[in-house]
Each structure stands twice: as C-alpha cells, then as structure tokens.
Design a protein around this ligand. Structure first.
Ligand SMILES: Nc1ncnc2c1ncn2[C@@H]1O[C@H](COP(=O)(O)OP(=O)(O)OP(=O)(O)O)[C@@H](O)[C@H]1O
Ligand SMILES: [Mg+2]
Length: 376
C-alpha cells in the first residue's frame, strides 16, 4: 500500500500535524460559536474538519457533514441534508425517521434495505407542499431534536457554493433560520476565499458577522519533512533533508501536492531489490515530470482556453513576477494598463487558477506553474 494518499479527505496514519488548528476548531465549536474556516484549494480543510468532527463525536456531540458541491437547488439541499442528518450516529434510523416525519411536513421519510440487509435513508415528496416551508423545517430539524446537553455540530463544506442558489434566496433563508438555533453550532468552510470573506464580512450579506473567521496555512515544512522521512522509512527508503525540502518547495508546501509527488516517487521505487534506497533530487524531478505528463492534456486545454493577454500574464507569473502591476513588468512582458491586468487576474481567481494571498498572486496548482515554465 502506498504510504501517501492524495485526493480528498485523509485520516488516521495518512494525516499529520494541524494540532493547534484542530484544538482551535474543537474549542470554538464546543464553546457554542459558529466558525468559518477558509484556505486555498488543497490545503487540507476537509480532512481537518473531518478530524475535528470525529473528536467532537467522541465528546458526545452529534455531528453532521454536508458538501455544497452537489447542492444546486432547494430540493437537492433538502435531499442531501436529510441524508447527511440520517447518517449521524447518535440516533437510530427508526427514531430519526419518526422524528423527521413529525417535524418536516413536506416529505415522507423511509428506511429501505439493500440485498445485504443494510439500511439506508430515503424519502418521497408530499405533492403540492410548499418547498420553502419544507426547506425551513429541514434547516430547523437539528435544533428541534437537539438539547443543551445533546448538542449538534454541523459542517457545511464548500459553503461558497450556496451563492449559486441565491436566485432562490437561499442564503437569507438559511441565515434567518439558523440564527435562532441555540443547541447547534455551525462550521462553514470552503476554498473560494474571496467569496466566503465577502459573505461573512459584508454588512449587506445575510451571513454578516454570523461566525468567527479562521484561516489555515500550509503545513509547516519541518513537519512535512518528518512525515516524509517516516513514511518512506517504512519501506526502507531514505529521503535526506535537502531532498525532502527540495520536494516540498517545488510544490509550494501545499499538502496535496507533497503527497502527490511522494506517492509517485514511492511508486517508482517500490519493487526490485529489497535493499535500502536513497531518494535523489533526480528522482523527485522524475516523479514531477511523470505527473506533468499525466496532466499535460488537461493543462493544454486550460492554456488554450485563455485569451492571448491572459497567456502573457500566466507567462509572467510563472516566471516569478511579483510586481505584476509595475511599469517595468508591463514593459518586459508587453502588458497593457493595470486595469486590464487586474481584470485578467480576477478571472483567474474566479476560475480557481490563481490565489491571492497577502496581496501576492500564487498558482493554485504548483505543478501547473512548472508546466507553464516548461511550455510557455
Ligand atoms: N493533515 C494532512 N496530512 C496529510 N495529508 C494532508 C493533510 N491535509 C491535506 N493533505 C493532503 O491534501 C489532500 C487534500 O486534502 P483535503 O481534501 O482535506 O483538502 P481541502 O483543502 O479540503 O481541498 P479542496 O480545496 O480540494 O476541497 C489530501 O488528500 C492529502 O493528500
Ligand atoms: Mg475540501
């Protein structure tokens, strides 16, 4: 088994560090406050939150997790949210279905069994019932079944996606319901940091001041180094400090990409003789090149979608330009007025290609940056 995992949520031995962040999340929610956790893509938000919910469950809280990525209407919210609630582990299916039937008028919840006899939750709609009413009753359900002693904690992942539903005034309805909840704390998280911050910091938005804000950084390089050494070590593979740091810096310390490259190195070294293997800088480069090859089609597609002006900016940024609005940058890379450059950068941020962190522009995907350096 590859000792490195990349993709979405990691847990157990695949998860390292984040002790302080974990403590802060757990304590904030235990204290009855809501929290909004934001960080760029692939920093490890969902994994951290999964771990926090796990701890809270051990302390007697009922926890629910729902990802807004798959929510695109009031109906899909009701469907996904009631299913997520059904998966909480503090109440039996039977009891839950009974309570839901009593408290949410617009649906008829049921338990179905697969051929193995495992139960799963489903429901049918009550014809002609007002969806807004059903939506509100669904949102209020956790508050109705929790108590001061048996509190609930609910995590809404990729919460910025709620803005897709604003035509249906979803944001307002959700806020107006949950602001009355006393026995439920909410954890909102997501990666579109500028969208999320606007939702919680802008006076004119429904979620203004609705939660404490917290952001997470990449994992410290020192801890990543210890983890890489330990995990490779299990397979008699040695990575020395300069090589580990080389790997970490190549991918801008972003947790997902550290695991991605490490997994690829492991894949290339496993097999053959069983003696000790020392990982070299060249092997790190070979692994990265192999990832670049795997992703080439996707990257070309992404590049070809860009206007020529945006390609010039990608070129400048991938070659390490910091002062993207300066006169000398404009001259060197033949860019137009700052306002045009700003517009292009906004589009990149919107599309998730670029992140703005402390007023500097970074590639969300450090491997894409390497691809641009090679090909543009
Ligand atoms: N604490 C950690 N320990 C080990 N690996 C981690 C950790 N956090 C993140 N990773 C790596 O990053 C990958 C992505 O993690 P996760 O899905 O939790 O991040 P995310 O910020 O929610 O990403 P996205 O923005 O895509 O939703 C994991 O599959 C894993 O490879
Ligand atoms: Mg996530």
């Amino acid at each position: 088994m590859n000792p490195f995992h990349y993709g979405n949520i990691v847990s157990g031995e695949y998860f390292y560090d984040r002790k302080e962040e974990l403590e802060r999340i757990v304590q904030t929610l235990k204290g009855g406050n809501n929290l909004m956790l934001y960080a760029p893509r692939r920093y490890g938000k969902s994994s951290l939150v999964a771990k926090a919910l796990n701890e809270l469950r051990k302390d007697g809280f009922t926890t629910v997790y729902i990802d807004f990525m798959s929510v695109y209407s009031r109906e899909t919210f009701i469907k996904n949210y009631t299913s997520a609630i059904a998966e909480q582990q503090s109440m039996s299916f039977e009891k839950l279905v009974k309570k839901m039937a009593g408290l949410i008028q617009g649906i008829v919840p049921a338990i179905s069994f697969d051929h193995m006899g495992s139960p799963s939750f489903s429901f049918s709609w009550v014809e002609g019932h007002d969806t807004e009413q059903t939506l509100k009753e669904t949102i209020d359900f956790p508050e109705k079944v929790s108590t001061g002693e048996k509190r609930w904690i609910i995590a809404f992942d990729e919460f910025q996606e709620i803005t897709k539903l604003n035509g249906e005034s979803f944001e307002k309805i959700l806020r107006s319901c949950i602001q009355h909840h006393k026995n439920v704390s909410y954890l909102f998280l997501g990666s579109r940091t500028h969208v999320l911050k606007d939702m919680f910091n802008n006076k004119n938005r429904a979620f203004y001041n609705a939660a404490m804000l917290m952001n997470i950084d990449t994992i410290s390089d020192a801890d990543s180094l210890v983890y890489l050494t330990r995990r490779f070590g299990k397979f008699n593979m040695v990575i020395d400090e300069p090589t580990a740091n080389y790997l970490i810096h190549k991918v801008a310390s972003i947790p997902y990409y550290i695991q991605f490259v490490a997994a690829e190195i492991w894949q290339q070294l496993i097999g053959g003789d069983l003696g000790q293997k020392t990982i070299s800088i060249q092997q790190v480069d070979t692994a990265i090149n192999s990832i670049l090859n795997i992703k080439a089609d996707y990257y070309w597609e992404l590049i070809n979608k860009q206007t020529n002006y945006r390609k010039k900016i990608l070129f400048a940024l991938s070659h390490g330009v910091d002062e993207v609005f300066s006169k000398s940058t404009a001259e060197k890379y033949r860019l137009g007025p700052a306002s045009t450059t700003q517009k292009a950068l906004d589009t990149f941020i919107e599309e998730g290609i670029i992140e703005r962190i402390n007023n500097k522009y970074h590639f969300s995907d450090p491997i894409f940056k390497l691809f641009l350096i090679q090909h543009l």
